[in-house]
Design a protein around this ligand. Structure first.
Ligand SMILES: Nc1ncnc2c1ncn2[C@@H]1O[C@H](COP(=O)(O)OP(=O)(O)OP(=O)(O)O)[C@@H](O)[C@H]1O
Length: 295
């Protein structure tokens, strides 16, 4: 469906992307993860045919995206990292304008999306908050019901409730057989929606991983507070991987084997459990450790 072959672009500053290659299958939700400045937007701009690569190419539905940018751009749903709005329009007027360009007659899907994302589309865009503008952008990306949707940091500016609504939308579109690529710097967001993800750092792909495999690899830290220090000591001596303990509190690292953790916890009186998830960097460090260990 979408293939990137050795995509390379070097800006005058020396920054850019280097030899970026990966493929997204039809019907897949593919995550594109990386810290700020890693090259996510630059790669996405190439996928959309906005930039000419120095080397390599992006192929979408058999089309070279730079050479056939018009066809590519009209057939794909796209949410840019920063949306360029037209001054003086309301959200609905802007969407109407885009619908006209896309020659979309069916307004129903658009209205349903607006309802779902819960915003007043008749507010002038210049008066909209960052989150509201982001919602307008999301509606614009999905309203013409495209087969392929490319989203550059779609949840930036959305509150947790709306992030959830967005995740539900993505999962529904996936169930309808659509192909999605979305960039993010947040692993949990990608984790909820994607099958696979490419990780980019300093302009180069570090790895392409199966999300479910990464989830299994993820080390989670649980801090359990017991009723008594004796219970905490017995829990700590039960063979779990103890990171730290203090009085009646024990922090253990659990990787995959949640059953053992649950079993040892349930034997004792627990006052509280806090969960600390790893950040992206740690997850990948663990991933590499395992790869390095040949597991
Ligand atoms: N048009 C440009 N001209 C010069 N340098 C650029 C241009 N676009 C991006 N860069 C540089 O290339 C690098 C990658 O930027 P890019 O915007 O692709 O990163 P990103 O992963 O999308 O980051 P973020 O998460 O912050 O949006 C950065 O160092 C950036 O400053």
């Amino acid at each position: 469906m979408l293939t990137l072959e050795h995509l390379t672009k070097t800006f005058k500053s020396g920054k850019g992307i280097r030899d970026v290659s990966f493929s997204v299958r039809r019907g897949e939700v593919f995550g594109f993860l990386g810290p700020n400045g890693a090259g996510k937007s630059t790669t996405i701009r190439h996928i959309m045919g906005f930039m000419k690569p120095d080397r390599g190419r992006a192929i979408l539905n058999g089309m070279d995206t730079w050479k056939r940018q018009g066809e590519v751009q009209s057939g794909v749903g796209y949410l840019p990292g920063e949306i360029a709005f037209i001054e003086g329009m309301t959200g609905r007027e802007f969407l109407e304008f885009l619908s006209g360009m896309q020659r979309v007659r069916d307004r129903e899907r658009r209205e349903r999306l607006i309802e779902r994302l819960q915003f007043d589309a008749d507010t002038p865009i210049r008066k909209m908050s960052k989150g509201m503008k982001q919602k307008v952008g999301i509606v614009a990306a999905f309203m013409h019901d495209p087969e392929v949707v490319i989203l550059d940091e779609p949840t930036s500016g959305l509150d947790p409730l709306m992030q959830k609504a967005f995740v539900e939308l993505v999962l529904e579109e996936k169930a309808r057989g659509k192909t999605l690529l979305m960039s993010s710097h947040s692993f949990p967001e990608i984790e909820r929606t994607c099958d696979r993800a490419a990780i980019i750092k300093d302009g180069a792909i570090v790895t392409i991983a199966d999300i479910h495999e990464l989830q299994r690899m993820q080390r989670k830290l649980f801090e359990v507070t017991f009723d008594t220090a004796d219970e905490a000591a017995a829990f700590a001596a039960s063979g779990l991987s103890v990171e730290w303990m203090d009085g009646n509190r024990v922090r253990v690292a659990v990787k995959g084997d949640y059953g053992r953790f649950a079993e040892e916890t349930s034997k004792r009186r627990v006052r509280n459990i806090d969960l600390f998830t790893q950040n992206l960097e740690d997850i990948f460090m663990d991933y590499y450790d395992r790869k390095g260990a040949g597991a």
